[in-house]
Ligand binder design. Sequence first.
Ligand code: SF4
Length: 280
Amino acid sequence: MGLTVIEAEFAGACYGVQRALNMADETIKQATPITSLGPLIHNPIVVAKYEQAGISIAEAVSDIKTKSVLVRSHGITPKVREQIDDAGLSVVDATCPYVLRAQKAAQRLGTEHDMLVIVGEKGHPEVDALEAYGMLSGTTVMVVSCADELPNTLSEVVGVVVQTTQTFDALEDVLEGIRERGSEADLAHTICRATRQRQEAASELSKRVDAMVVIGGRNSANTTRLAEICTSEGAKTFHIESWEELRPEWFEGCETVGVTAGASTPQYQIDEVVDTLCGF
Ligand code: SF4
Protein backbone atom coordinates (compact mmCIF):
# COMPACT_ATOMS: atom_id res chain seq x y z
CA MET A 1 0.00 0.00 0.00
CA GLY A 2 1.33 3.47 -0.89
CA LEU A 3 1.94 6.42 1.39
CA THR A 4 -0.84 8.69 2.58
CA VAL A 5 0.36 12.20 1.77
CA ILE A 6 -1.08 15.23 3.55
CA GLU A 7 -0.29 18.82 2.58
CA ALA A 8 -0.17 21.38 5.42
CA GLU A 9 -3.15 23.74 5.57
CA PHE A 10 -0.84 26.71 4.93
CA ALA A 11 2.26 26.04 2.85
CA GLY A 12 4.31 27.59 0.11
CA ALA A 13 4.43 30.97 -1.57
CA CYS A 14 2.96 33.73 0.55
CA TYR A 15 0.96 36.61 -0.89
CA GLY A 16 4.02 38.85 -1.39
CA VAL A 17 6.16 36.19 -3.07
CA GLN A 18 3.33 35.01 -5.33
CA ARG A 19 2.71 38.63 -6.31
CA ALA A 20 6.42 39.09 -7.18
CA LEU A 21 6.38 35.86 -9.25
CA ASN A 22 3.23 37.00 -11.08
CA MET A 23 4.90 40.34 -11.86
CA ALA A 24 8.00 38.52 -13.14
CA ASP A 25 5.79 36.27 -15.33
CA GLU A 26 4.09 39.37 -16.74
CA THR A 27 7.42 40.96 -17.76
CA ILE A 28 8.44 37.68 -19.46
CA LYS A 29 5.15 37.66 -21.40
CA GLN A 30 5.80 41.20 -22.56
CA ALA A 31 9.38 40.24 -23.49
CA THR A 32 10.73 43.25 -21.58
CA PRO A 33 14.45 42.79 -20.85
CA ILE A 34 14.63 43.30 -17.10
CA THR A 35 17.08 42.87 -14.25
CA SER A 36 16.15 41.72 -10.77
CA LEU A 37 18.04 43.55 -8.06
CA GLY A 38 19.27 40.49 -6.16
CA PRO A 39 17.72 37.02 -6.64
CA LEU A 40 13.94 37.37 -6.92
CA ILE A 41 13.28 34.88 -4.12
CA HIS A 42 15.23 32.48 -1.88
CA ASN A 43 14.71 29.56 -4.22
CA PRO A 44 17.60 28.67 -6.55
CA ILE A 45 15.47 26.48 -8.85
CA VAL A 46 12.88 29.18 -9.47
CA VAL A 47 15.59 31.85 -9.83
CA ALA A 48 17.39 29.72 -12.46
CA LYS A 49 14.10 29.26 -14.32
CA TYR A 50 13.58 33.02 -14.47
CA GLU A 51 17.18 33.60 -15.54
CA GLN A 52 16.65 31.21 -18.45
CA ALA A 53 13.48 33.11 -19.37
CA GLY A 54 15.48 36.34 -19.58
CA ILE A 55 15.37 37.97 -16.15
CA SER A 56 18.98 38.87 -15.33
CA ILE A 57 20.24 39.40 -11.80
CA ALA A 58 22.44 42.27 -10.61
CA GLU A 59 23.66 42.95 -7.10
CA ALA A 60 24.02 46.71 -7.61
CA VAL A 61 22.19 49.35 -9.66
CA SER A 62 25.49 50.21 -11.40
CA ASP A 63 25.65 46.65 -12.81
CA ILE A 64 22.21 46.81 -14.47
CA LYS A 65 22.41 46.68 -18.27
CA THR A 66 18.66 46.70 -19.04
CA LYS A 67 16.33 49.71 -19.00
CA SER A 68 14.01 48.16 -16.40
CA VAL A 69 14.59 46.89 -12.91
CA LEU A 70 12.51 44.46 -10.87
CA VAL A 71 12.44 45.21 -7.15
CA ARG A 72 11.86 42.01 -5.16
CA SER A 73 9.39 41.50 -2.31
CA HIS A 74 11.99 42.35 0.42
CA GLY A 75 12.05 45.97 -0.77
CA ILE A 76 15.00 48.35 -1.11
CA THR A 77 16.59 51.21 0.83
CA PRO A 78 15.75 54.86 -0.01
CA LYS A 79 19.34 55.23 -1.30
CA VAL A 80 18.93 52.40 -3.80
CA ARG A 81 15.57 53.86 -4.87
CA GLU A 82 17.39 57.15 -5.51
CA GLN A 83 20.12 55.34 -7.53
CA ILE A 84 17.41 53.72 -9.66
CA ASP A 85 15.78 57.11 -10.30
CA ASP A 86 19.16 58.69 -11.12
CA ALA A 87 19.90 55.90 -13.59
CA GLY A 88 16.54 56.62 -15.30
CA LEU A 89 15.41 53.00 -15.00
CA SER A 90 11.77 52.05 -15.19
CA VAL A 91 10.71 50.08 -12.12
CA VAL A 92 8.54 47.01 -11.68
CA ASP A 93 8.12 47.24 -7.94
CA ALA A 94 7.28 43.90 -6.32
CA THR A 95 7.96 45.14 -2.77
CA CYS A 96 5.38 43.30 -0.67
CA PRO A 97 2.72 45.74 0.58
CA TYR A 98 3.28 44.42 4.13
CA VAL A 99 6.99 45.20 3.83
CA LEU A 100 6.13 48.68 2.57
CA ARG A 101 3.91 49.14 5.61
CA ALA A 102 6.84 48.16 7.87
CA GLN A 103 9.13 50.63 6.02
CA LYS A 104 6.61 53.43 6.56
CA ALA A 105 6.32 52.49 10.25
CA ALA A 106 10.13 52.58 10.61
CA GLN A 107 10.24 56.02 9.01
CA ARG A 108 7.41 57.36 11.20
CA LEU A 109 8.80 55.92 14.46
CA GLY A 110 12.26 57.21 13.53
CA THR A 111 10.78 60.69 13.30
CA GLU A 112 8.79 60.43 16.53
CA HIS A 113 11.48 58.93 18.79
CA ASP A 114 15.19 59.41 19.29
CA MET A 115 15.70 55.65 19.44
CA LEU A 116 14.33 52.94 17.15
CA VAL A 117 14.70 49.21 17.78
CA ILE A 118 14.26 46.86 14.82
CA VAL A 119 13.58 43.27 15.81
CA GLY A 120 15.11 41.26 12.99
CA GLU A 121 18.04 39.55 11.37
CA LYS A 122 21.01 41.90 10.82
CA GLY A 123 22.07 42.05 7.17
CA HIS A 124 18.79 40.70 5.76
CA PRO A 125 17.76 42.93 2.82
CA GLU A 126 14.35 43.70 4.35
CA VAL A 127 15.99 44.72 7.62
CA ASP A 128 18.64 46.82 5.83
CA ALA A 129 15.80 48.80 4.24
CA LEU A 130 13.89 49.16 7.54
CA GLU A 131 17.10 50.41 9.17
CA ALA A 132 17.67 52.93 6.38
CA TYR A 133 14.09 54.25 6.56
CA GLY A 134 14.38 54.54 10.34
CA MET A 135 17.61 56.52 10.03
CA LEU A 136 16.21 59.04 7.53
CA SER A 137 15.42 61.44 10.37
CA GLY A 138 18.82 60.94 12.04
CA THR A 139 17.52 58.90 14.94
CA THR A 140 19.57 56.12 16.58
CA VAL A 141 18.58 52.77 15.08
CA MET A 142 19.58 49.35 16.36
CA VAL A 143 18.80 45.90 15.00
CA VAL A 144 18.41 43.14 17.59
CA SER A 145 17.27 39.54 17.40
CA CYS A 146 16.77 39.12 21.16
CA ALA A 147 16.70 41.12 24.41
CA ASP A 148 20.34 40.29 25.23
CA GLU A 149 21.44 42.41 22.28
CA LEU A 150 19.78 45.56 23.68
CA PRO A 151 22.09 48.13 25.31
CA ASN A 152 21.73 48.51 29.09
CA THR A 153 20.29 52.00 28.79
CA LEU A 154 17.52 53.05 26.47
CA SER A 155 15.50 56.23 25.95
CA GLU A 156 12.34 56.65 28.02
CA VAL A 157 10.24 55.65 24.99
CA VAL A 158 11.67 53.68 22.07
CA GLY A 159 10.04 52.97 18.74
CA VAL A 160 9.89 49.27 17.86
CA VAL A 161 9.36 47.85 14.40
CA VAL A 162 9.58 44.18 13.47
CA GLN A 163 10.90 42.35 10.39
CA THR A 164 7.78 40.82 8.83
CA THR A 165 9.02 37.23 9.17
CA GLN A 166 10.01 37.39 12.86
CA THR A 167 8.29 35.22 15.45
CA PHE A 168 6.02 36.55 18.18
CA ASP A 169 8.37 34.93 20.73
CA ALA A 170 11.34 37.00 19.48
CA LEU A 171 9.25 40.18 19.63
CA GLU A 172 7.95 39.38 23.12
CA ASP A 173 11.52 38.73 24.33
CA VAL A 174 12.69 42.15 23.09
CA LEU A 175 9.61 43.92 24.51
CA GLU A 176 10.31 42.28 27.89
CA GLY A 177 13.94 43.45 27.66
CA ILE A 178 12.77 47.02 26.99
CA ARG A 179 10.42 46.88 30.03
CA GLU A 180 13.23 45.49 32.22
CA ARG A 181 15.36 48.50 31.29
CA GLY A 182 12.60 50.78 32.56
CA SER A 183 11.60 52.00 29.11
CA GLU A 184 8.37 51.99 27.19
CA ALA A 185 7.93 50.57 23.68
CA ASP A 186 5.93 52.33 20.97
CA LEU A 187 5.32 49.24 18.86
CA ALA A 188 4.40 49.00 15.20
CA HIS A 189 3.10 45.46 14.90
CA THR A 190 4.50 44.50 11.52
CA ILE A 191 4.81 40.71 11.79
CA CYS A 192 3.18 39.07 8.78
CA ARG A 193 0.66 36.30 9.47
CA ALA A 194 1.95 34.18 6.56
CA THR A 195 4.99 32.99 8.50
CA ARG A 196 3.04 32.15 11.63
CA GLN A 197 0.31 30.34 9.73
CA ARG A 198 2.90 28.16 7.97
CA GLN A 199 4.76 27.42 11.22
CA GLU A 200 1.59 26.51 13.13
CA ALA A 201 0.27 24.34 10.29
CA ALA A 202 3.65 22.53 10.01
CA SER A 203 3.78 21.96 13.76
CA GLU A 204 0.22 20.63 13.86
CA LEU A 205 0.75 18.31 10.87
CA SER A 206 4.10 16.98 12.20
CA LYS A 207 2.26 15.54 15.22
CA ARG A 208 -0.04 13.44 13.01
CA VAL A 209 2.39 11.93 10.49
CA ASP A 210 5.37 9.57 10.47
CA ALA A 211 7.58 11.84 8.36
CA MET A 212 7.62 15.40 7.05
CA VAL A 213 8.99 16.74 3.79
CA VAL A 214 9.85 20.44 3.85
CA ILE A 215 10.35 22.06 0.45
CA GLY A 216 12.34 25.22 -0.11
CA GLY A 217 15.76 26.74 -0.71
CA ARG A 218 18.50 25.65 1.69
CA ASN A 219 19.38 29.36 1.90
CA SER A 220 15.82 30.27 2.91
CA ALA A 221 15.63 31.11 6.61
CA ASN A 222 11.89 30.54 6.86
CA THR A 223 12.13 27.10 5.22
CA THR A 224 14.95 26.06 7.54
CA ARG A 225 12.83 27.21 10.48
CA LEU A 226 9.91 25.05 9.26
CA ALA A 227 12.25 22.03 9.14
CA GLU A 228 13.41 22.77 12.71
CA ILE A 229 9.81 22.95 13.91
CA CYS A 230 8.93 19.60 12.27
CA THR A 231 12.02 17.96 13.80
CA SER A 232 11.23 19.37 17.23
CA GLU A 233 7.74 17.80 17.02
CA GLY A 234 9.47 14.43 16.60
CA ALA A 235 8.74 13.85 12.89
CA LYS A 236 11.44 12.31 10.70
CA THR A 237 12.09 15.44 8.61
CA PHE A 238 13.60 15.89 5.14
CA HIS A 239 14.41 19.37 3.82
CA ILE A 240 14.57 19.27 0.02
CA GLU A 241 14.66 21.81 -2.80
CA SER A 242 13.04 19.63 -5.46
CA TRP A 243 11.07 16.40 -5.94
CA GLU A 244 14.15 14.89 -7.64
CA GLU A 245 15.88 14.54 -4.26
CA LEU A 246 13.17 12.27 -2.81
CA ARG A 247 14.19 8.64 -2.13
CA PRO A 248 11.65 5.87 -1.41
CA GLU A 249 13.95 4.31 1.25
CA TRP A 250 13.57 7.45 3.42
CA PHE A 251 9.97 6.44 4.07
CA GLU A 252 10.44 2.76 4.89
CA GLY A 253 8.06 1.87 7.71
CA CYS A 254 6.08 5.11 7.25
CA GLU A 255 2.37 5.20 6.49
CA THR A 256 1.70 8.93 6.48
CA VAL A 257 3.88 11.75 5.19
CA GLY A 258 3.20 15.46 5.65
CA VAL A 259 4.32 18.10 3.18
CA THR A 260 5.01 21.74 3.87
CA ALA A 261 6.97 24.44 2.07
CA GLY A 262 8.60 27.78 2.77
CA ALA A 263 7.20 31.11 1.65
CA SER A 264 9.42 31.07 -1.47
CA THR A 265 8.10 27.78 -2.85
CA PRO A 266 5.59 28.04 -5.70
CA GLN A 267 2.62 25.66 -5.71
CA TYR A 268 3.87 23.70 -8.75
CA GLN A 269 6.93 22.55 -6.75
CA ILE A 270 4.65 21.34 -3.92
CA ASP A 271 2.48 19.45 -6.44
CA GLU A 272 5.55 17.73 -7.94
CA VAL A 273 6.61 16.51 -4.47
CA VAL A 274 3.11 15.32 -3.54
CA ASP A 275 2.78 13.44 -6.85
CA THR A 276 6.18 11.76 -6.39
CA LEU A 277 5.40 10.71 -2.81
CA CYS A 278 2.02 9.31 -3.87
CA GLY A 279 3.88 7.10 -6.36
CA PHE A 280 6.18 5.54 -3.70
S1 SF4 B 1 6.06 36.79 4.34
FE1 SF4 B 1 4.44 38.31 4.46
S2 SF4 B 1 5.51 40.27 4.39
FE2 SF4 B 1 6.95 38.75 3.65
S3 SF4 B 1 6.67 38.75 1.45
FE3 SF4 B 1 5.31 37.18 2.28
S4 SF4 B 1 3.32 38.20 2.53
FE4 SF4 B 1 4.90 39.77 2.32
